[in-house]
Design a protein around this ligand. Structure first.
Ligand code: ITT
Length: 214
C-alpha cells in the first residue's frame, strides 16, 4: 500500500519535531507547510483547543488539497484560572518569544503558593472535503520558580513533571513524548490509526487521488 500523504499544519518547530518522532512508524508520507512555499496565515480565534485544532487542520487540508494534521495546545495554570490556555503562544504579546512568555508566567506566579498546572493538546486530522477527527491528551505538573533545562520548547523549562522529578526541558524528546499531552493524544490516534488510514484513503480517492494503490 502506498503511504497516505499527511501535512503537519504547524509553524512551530518544537511541535514539528515532536510530532515527527511520534509519527515515525505510521504508514504516512509526512509533509511540512514549508514544502509548499508560502501558504496563507491561519486565524486562531477559537475559545477552545478543539476549535483551533479543527480550524487549522481543515483550512490547511482545503488550501493544499491533502489530509492535514494540526495540534492546538497550551498550558493551564490553576492559580491563573486556566490562563494562558488557548492564548499560550501569545501570553506576553502578539509575537512573544518562548523566553518572554516564561518570564511573564514566573512574574505572575511570584509568591503564589498554588503552582499546579497542566498541559493540554488537541490533535485534529482533516481531509479537503469532509469532517475532522479529534484526539486529546493532558499532562499534570507544576510551575517551577525558575527556568531549568534546555530541551523542548515553549513552557518546558518551567513545567515540572513530578513522576520524573524533572522539568520537561530536562527530558529528551523521546522521554517527553512518552508522558506528554502530545504523546497521549497521538497514542489515542495510534489505537485507531488503521481505521483512520482507511478513512483517509477513501476520502482521498473520492476527491481525485485514484492513483493511490489499494
Ligand atoms: P502552530 O499554531 O503553528 O501549530 P503555535 O505555537 O502558535 O504553532 P499554539 O497556538 O497551539 O501553537 O500554541 C501552543 C503554545 O503552547 C506553544 O507556543 C507553547 O508556548 C505552548 N506549548 C504547547 N505545547 C507545549 C509543550 O509540549 N511544551 C511547552 N510548551 C508548549
Amino acid at each position: 500500500m502506498s503511504p497516505v500523504p499527511l501535512v503537519l499544519a504547524t509553524r512551530n518547530e518544537g511541535k514539528t519535531q515532536e510530532l515527527k518522532a511520534l509519527l515515525a512508524d505510521f504508514p504516512v508520507d509526512i509533509k511540512n507547510l514549508t514544502d509548499f512555499g508560502p501558504t496563507p496565515a491561519i486565524e486562531e480565534d477559537g475559545e477552545t483547543f478543539e476549535e483551533n485544532a479543527v480550524s487549522k487542520a481543515r483550512f490547511t487540508a482545503k488550501v493544499l488539497g491533502l489530509p492535514a494534521l494540526a495540534d492546538d495546545s497550551g498550558l493551564m495554570v490553576e492559580a491563573l484560572e486556566g490562563a494562558p490556555g488557548v492564548r499560550s503562544a501569545r501570553y506576553a504579546g502578539e509575537n512573544a518569544t518562548d523566553l518572554e512568555n516564561n518570564i511573564k508566567l514566573l512574574q505572575e506566579l511570584e509568591n503564589v503558593e498554588n503552582r499546579s498546572a497542566a498541559f493540554a493538546c488537541t490533535i485534529a486530522i482533516a481531509v479537503p472535503w469532509g469532517p475532522a477527527l479529534v484526539y486529546e491528551g493532558r499532562c499534570e505538573g507544576s510551575i517551577t520558580t525558575e527556568q531549568a533545562g534546555t530541551q523542548g520548547f515553549g513552557y518546558d523549562p518551567v513545567f515540572y513533571y513530578p513522576p520524573l522529578q524533572k522539568t520537561f526541558a530536562q527530558l529528551s524528546t523521546q522521554e517527553k513524548n512518552r508522558v506528554s499531552h502530545r504523546g497521549q493524544a497521538l497514542r489515542e490516534l495510534r489505537s485507531e490509526f488503521e481505521k483512520v488510514l482507511i478513512w483517509l484513503r477513501q476520502r482521498l480517492i473520492e476527491s481525485g487521488w485514484q492513483w493511490l494503490e489499494e
